[in-house]
Design a protein around this ligand. Structure first.
Ligand code: NAX
Length: 332
């Protein structure tokens, strides 16, 4: 075994938190060789519930779990953290305006950004799951000036997995046979699900889809909305929002970042734009990325087709609008 790693999980008493902590303690986050010290952050009202989660973790007698502690103070919770799973957020309540949602979350993520700046380990890296995830990551990064901004990322891996699964179903193959899907933009229904570089058993996905009677129009009018609105579909069918699939994607996001992408393959991650692919700096945008040795690299620009360009630009426009709204509140 290697030395233990410190992982801070916010919203640990919530649904996704509950589904994440057990697998993180069982090796699904950092591998079966790395013991973990879990630090669970909750709001005061939910601290008792988080303590119950910690009790259950102890009841698992988990060999990799070195310790588990519960906090309601962000600075204490992020003390020595090497990995942050920022899941807790303020949900939209009935009648809440978009601006109110942004501002409620901006105050959460500015406080956590400052706490991370003060207390986290030099190697700290984070994935923001709590919505609006991209903009929350931007806010946290802007309040942690001593932490490289590129260490604050947001989750679009669930969207990536959804696209892979739907592509496999449409082509009648296993998910192991599909590769190269990409999610661009915001983790919202404006996201662009890009199949232009996707492959099915090594062949261009669009060609294989055509053989199954699915043309470009089907991709636009059926496939992309199917993936982008999958969260709503899960709510309708399951009677509750995506939880286990979101926890799974969160774990995979960090694991891929640390362990790397397979040769010739990529994943989707929302990361601070470097100005690449015509996406302006100053937004946390989903891109296809390769990972190696604990670093991610946005894939090299390619000649993006006009229809893709328009879709990407539309989602980036939404990110810019979110950014402006937060700036107007003086929270950036
Ligand atoms: P829950 O409401 O079950 O859990 C959220 C937890 O966060 C609660 O226990 C709450 O007390 C805690 N919390 C709130 N503010 C906090 C703070 N300041 N510090 C620490 N903890 C805090 O929601 P859940 O279903 O677990 O979803 C969590 C977040 O993930 C939501 O914002 C949701 O919208 C988002 N999602 C993001 C996805 C993605 O792909 N990026 C997909 C799944 C999910 O919808």
């Amino acid at each position: 075994t290697t030395s233990a790693a410190t992982v801070t999980i916010t919203g640990a008493a919530g649904q996704i938190g509950y589904a994440t902590v057990f697998r993180a303690a069982a090796g699904a986050l950092l591998g079966s060789e790395t013991p973990v010290r879990l630090r669970l952050l909750e709001i005061p009202e939910a601290v008792r519930a988080a303590e119950g989660v910690a009790m259950e973790l102890l009841d698992g007698a988990m060999p990799l779990l070195e310790s588990v502690d519960v906090f309601d103070d962000p600075t204490a919770a992020f003390d020595g953290a090497e990995v942050g799973l920022l899941i807790g957020a303020r949900p939209r309540s009935k009648g809440m305006e978009r601006a109110d949602l942004l501002s409620a979350n901006a105050s959460i993520f500015s406080v956590q950004g400052r706490a991370i700046n003060e207390a986290a380990a030099p190697a700290f890296r984070a994935v923001v799951v709590g919505n609006p995830a991209n903009t929350n990551a931007l806010i946290a990064a802007s309040h942690a000036p001593d932490v490289p901004a590129e260490r604050f990322t947001a989750l679009t891996r669930l969207d990536h997995h959804r696209a892979e699964a739907q592509l496999a179903i449409a082509c009648g193959v296993s998910v192991n046979d599909v590769d190269g899907v990409a999610i661009w933009g915001n983790h919202s229904t404006s996201q662009y699900v890009d199949l232009t570089r996707a492959t099915v058993r090594g062949r261009p996905a669009e060609e294989v889809l055509l053989e199954h009677g699915h043309d470009r129009r089907w991709i636009d009018e059926f496939f992309i909305p199917k993936v982008a609105k999958r969260g709503a579909e899960i709510i309708e069918v399951r009677g509750g929002s995506s939880v286990a699939s979101a926890a799974h994607a969160t774990l995979r996001h960090i694991r891929t970042w640390l362990r790397g992408t397979p040769e010739g393959s990529w994943a989707s991650m929302a990361v601070p734009s470097t100005g690449i692919h015509g996406v302006p700096e100053g937004v946390v945008c989903s891109f296809p990325v390769t990972c190696s040795q604990g670093r991610y690299t946005i894939v090299e620009p390619w000649a993006i087709a006009d229809f893709s360009r328009a879709r990407i630009d539309r989602s980036v426009a939404e990110l810019l609008a979110e950014r402006e709204a937060v700036e107007a509140l003086d929270l950036l």
